[in-house]
Write a protein of this length. Structure first.
Length: 129
């Protein structure tokens, strides 16, 4: 009986996470949409990324399981002190799970789109991928 309850709870949580991730994908801004166009379908050296991917208790803007790499795109709100602090704690928690986090501002990815691809390639090279 307890095992059935546990399985139901896990399925409910997975369903909730899926709905949340889908909602986040639909509400992404221009910068995230442009990044997704450059990442989707393994367009950067075959590395497959997912959008709004659950990592621990957080959702990463973009995540590549193979590289254990997360790409975060920060809008203007990320310049506020309280958000900077929250981002710091969030990033520490994600890094403790074995991920590397690369952060870019909206402006960086819109003005210099090749910078993102170069950073991903550098990270992959460090891992010998």
């Amino acid at each position: 009986m307890k095992a059935d309850t546990d399985r139901l709870h896990i399925r409910t949580m997975q369903s909730h996470r899926t709905v949340t991730a889908r909602t986040l994908r639909r509400t992404s801004g221009l910068a995230e949409a442009r990044v997704w166009e450059s990442l989707r379908a393994g367009r950067i050296d075959g590395h497959k990324f997912r959008r709004q991917h659950p990592v621990g208790r957080f959702y990463a803007d973009f995540a590549c399981d193979r590289l254990r790499l997360i790409i975060e795109i920060d809008g203007g709100v990320h310049t506020r002190d309280d958000v900077i602090l929250n981002d710091h704690y969030r990033q520490q928690a994600i890094e403790q799970l074995g991920w590397t986090v690369l952060r870019f501002t909206n402006q960086q990815v819109l003005d210099y789109p090749d910078t993102l691809a170069a950073a991903i390639r550098r990270h992959a090279k460090e891992l010998n991928f």
